[in-house]
Design a protein around this ligand. Structure first.
Ligand code: DX5
Ligand code: ZN
Length: 218
């Protein structure tokens, strides 16, 4: 089954402890936390303090997406805060392989994310160090944007590149009942979804629907 990671960017931030407990009870597989530094992307959101604050309320892994220029300076803080998997961006200018090695040495699952205009080929040198690849299906920075259908061939190419390694492919941005099956058919194994889940009246139903994306019972 496809894994579903609600992105708390679109949740009621004033009641995050309840949100986290509720999505766990609703059957979510991971909690997705978008870290934005106002520099790598034009928006400012959460830091290690928030990861630490919600950790006790979560019974599922915390999936931390670092949209920041200098992730290296904060890796230790995000690890100590309770992150279970950490995704960096391939476009950062800091040295990526040492960061991935460091994360693995601390028992953290490693991810690398590609912005829509970054080609799949940049992944090649990093594949041995990765547990997951995150394909951005919107320009990173904000929830609630439209899915970029142009990213489907990239998902499929990454699926082929990672076939032998068991690397998980996440998609992030504009995921809903229309885009989810397309992503899964092209090779995505985790759907990150913010506004579609949190704007729905029944989170549990919406999460379960997304988990079935790409199957005959969808
Ligand atoms: C965007 C973030 C996403 C965002 C997705 O930069 O990485 O995780 O929360 O939100 P939706 O599902 O509303 O597009
Ligand atoms: Zn994200």
């Amino acid at each position: 089954m496809t894994l579903v990671a609600p992105s708390i960017l679109s949740a009621d931030i004033a009641h995050l402890a309840d949100v986290v407990q509720n999505v766990c009870a609703a059957g979510a597989d991971l909690i997705h936390i978008d870290v934005m530094d106002g520099h790598f992307v034009p928006n400012l959101t959460f830091g290690p303090l928030l990861v630490k604050a919600i950790k006790p309320y979560s019974s599922i892994p915390l999936d931390v997406h670092l949209m920041m220029t200098n992730p290296q300076d904060f890796l230790e803080d995000f690890i100590n805060a309770g992150s279970d998997q950490i995704t960096l961006h391939a476009e950062v200018e800091q040295d990526i392989i040492p960061m991935l090695k460091f994360l693995r040495s601390k028992g953290i699952k490693t991810g690398l994310s590609l912005k829509p205009r970054t080609p799949a080929s940049v992944l090649e040198t990093y594949l041995p160090y990765l547990d997951l690849v995150l394909v951005m299906t919107v320009e990173p920075g904000f929830g609630g944007q439209d899915f970029l259908i142009t990213q489907l061939p990239k998902i499929s190419l990454i699926k082929t590149m990672t076939e032998a390694s068991g690397i998980n492919i996440q998609v992030d941005g504009g995921i809903n009942d229309k885009s989810a099956p397309l992503c899964v058919e092209n090779g995505a194994s985790t759907l990150i979804s913010g506004s579609y889940i949190f704007n729905s009246s029944d989170w549990s139903k919406t999460i379960q629907l997304l988990q079935k994306a790409g199957t005959s019972s969808f």
